[in-house]
Design a protein around this ligand. Structure first.
Ligand SMILES: [Zn+2]
Length: 299
């Protein structure tokens, strides 16, 4: 009996079990630190397999993706990249890798361009006919949402393929017991990542952050986190800068610093600005020119 039978969606006569959910998007969740690297590289790099797996000693490198959303927080971080499943899987082969007996059992499938039919550890998986956790019926894809899905993509994924980019809560960090991202919350991390993007003029995600001549609501709320993070708290604005070009230069520098985790240094630059009004206008100007949106403003 195939290992995948435990996770079967039991498709019979066009009927799907209740565990079947339509598979449209898969996600890759990371910490802000890794996100910065992805933004600079303009791709998600496939990495060797560090988890317990039958492929651990293999030379196969993968990007881990999953269709699951964790209401109580992801263990991987708070920055989430989304990819259209159909695009990822197009012209690829699918292999069953294994399942793992976690508290919520996980099933793993490998998605690859290569023919690995000679690899004894893997079993070719046909979503049209094999009754496991991943099915394709009349061109639509379904996954078994009762368990943890793990889709291993065995090549780099270009950032340009990202279909969404947002922030999710982070809990039970698997890297550190005192994880800053977990403590600070995803809005704060979102603000930091957005600062990195604006401060360094990174454009790889523009098309998922802006849409139809406006920013997405997600991007707008993240910009409010940027505003809050850079707004002086105890001390007041006490600088002299008020000329647009000097103000935007100072804010850009502050964004880059905050984006790489140096908020206190960033605040020294912000303190050179005359007042909150000037600061707000300067930040708006940076957002407008970054996304090429002539009329954008904070609500
Ligand atoms: Zn963490």
């Amino acid at each position: 009996m195939s290992e995948w039978k435990k996770y079967a969606l039991n498709v019979g006569k066009g009927k799907l079990s209740d565990d079947a959910q339509e598979l449209e998007t898969v996600y890759h969740v990371v910490h802000a630190r890794i996100c910065r690297r992805i933004l600079e590289d303009e791709k998600l790099r496939a990495g060797i397999i560090g988890d317990e797996s039958i492929l651990k000693t293999s030379r196969i490198a993968v990007v881990w993706t999953s269709a699951n959303y964790w209401h109580n927080g992801s263990i991987y971080g708070s920055v989430r990249f989304g990819f259209k499943w159909k695009k990822l899987v197009r012209d690829r082969k699918i292999y069953w890798v294994e399942d793992r007996e976690y508290r919520n059992p996980a099933y793993r499938l490998l998605i690859t361009e290569r023919d690995l039919s000679n690899d004894k550890r893997l079993q070719a998986y046909d979503p049209e006919t094999d009754n496991g956790p991943l099915r394709r019926i009349d061109g639509s894809w379904y996954w078994n949402g009762k368990y943890t899905s793990e889709f291993m993509i065995d090549q780099d994924i270009p950032l340009a393929q990202a279909a969404s980019f947002d922030f999710v809560s982070h809990a039970k960090c698997r890297e550190s017991r005192s994880c800053d991202e977990e403590k600070n919350g995803y809005q704060s991390t979102g603000g930091q990542v957005m600062s990195f993007i604006l401060g360094n003029g990174i454009h790889g995600l523009d098309k998922v952050l802006a849409d139809d001549g406006d920013l997405t609501s997600e991007a707008n709320s993240t910009l409010i986190s940027v505003y809050r993070a850079l707004l002086p708290k105890a001390q007041k604005f006490d600088g002299v800068l008020s000329k647009t070009s000097s103000v935007t230069a100072a804010i850009r520098g502050a964004l880059a610093l905050h984006g790489s985790g140096q908020r206190s240094e960033a605040m020294k630059l912000i303190a050179t600005i005359r007042d909150e009004d000037v600061f707000e206008k300067g930040l708006e100007e940076i957002v407008r020119s970054h996304f090429d949106l002539a009329n954008w403003k904070f609500d």
